[in-house]
Design a protein around this ligand. Structure first.
Ligand code: GRF
Length: 233
């Protein structure tokens, strides 16, 4: 898909030197009295899952990824978990008769693992109040647009079609409405005249990989402050 606007862009743009903005950007990331215990949900490639694991390994993110749950037995995310030594549970959505039953299984898995928070990192199923209410404020999602713009499927294609100059990615708390919960952090990504779907998706994903550990750490601070002030999560 080519872009119809942005005609005022300079002829040559250094793709490796584009302005970027991630906000908020707490640097260095906060430390916790003991590492955050996290679960991750993924359906496909799992690059964001791997980024989180690597961020914990190099101690950028003070957390432990205790479990990955996938809904596709044959997804790359599952293979990454095996390679990285992270326990992986498969809840194949085709084996459940309703979204609610799938979500009940997710809740059981995450409760059993005693996770404090969950990151939906490329989870391609709509979640129900069963999961959202079991982990109120503790369920995060990453979405490839600057929310509230371009919710739902193919956010990158929507941004290209709309002809906007800047898009990006967002990490937000999950509520019952799809891609509508409060935003925790966002990264801006300029759209170039030369962009197509693949090129823009790749640049957005590079920013996702920087954004996600930051956003999880920000969310973790609020989870821990709730615990410290006696509010049950
Ligand atoms: C990401 O672009 C994320 O924004 C969207 O799904 C994609 C997952 O990518 N929700 P990956 O599986 O982490 O590589």
């Amino acid at each position: 898909m080519s872009i119809s606007t942005n005609s005022s862009q300079p002829e040559s743009v250094d793709q490796n030197n584009l302005p970027s903005l991630i906000w908020p950007d707490p640097s260095p990331l906060p430390r916790f009295s003991h590492p955050l215990h996290l679960g991750v949900m993924a359906s496909g490639n799992g690059s964001n899952f791997e980024v989180l694991v690597k961020a914990t390994e190099r101690k950028q993110l003070d957390a432990s990824i205790d479990v990955l749950v996938v809904n596709n037995p044959d997804c790359e995310a599952r293979r990454r978990a095996e390679r990285l030594g992270i326990p992986c549970v498969v809840h194949d959505h085709r084996k459940f008769s309703s979204r609610e039953q799938l979500d009940q299984a997710l809740v059981s898995t995450f409760k059993k693992m005693s996770v404090e928070g969950i990151v939906m990192a490329g989870w391609m199923r709509i979640v129900t109040p069963i999961l959202v209410e079991a982990f109120t404020d503790r369920l995060l999602n990453i979405h490839p647009s600057l929310l509230p713009s371009f919710t739902g499927l193919d956010a990158v294609g929507q941004a290209l079609k709309a002809g906007v100059s800047i898009t990006g990615c967002s990490v937000h708390r999950v509520t019952a409405e799809v891609d509508a919960g409060p935003v925790i952090a966002q990264a801006a990504v300029p759209i170039l005249c030369s962009d197509d779907h693949q090129r823009l998706s790749q640049r957005i994903q590079s920013q996702e990989h920087k954004l996600l550990p930051l956003a999880v750490a920000i969310a973790g601070q609020s989870w821990r402050s709730q615990v410290n002030s006696g509010v049950e999560g």
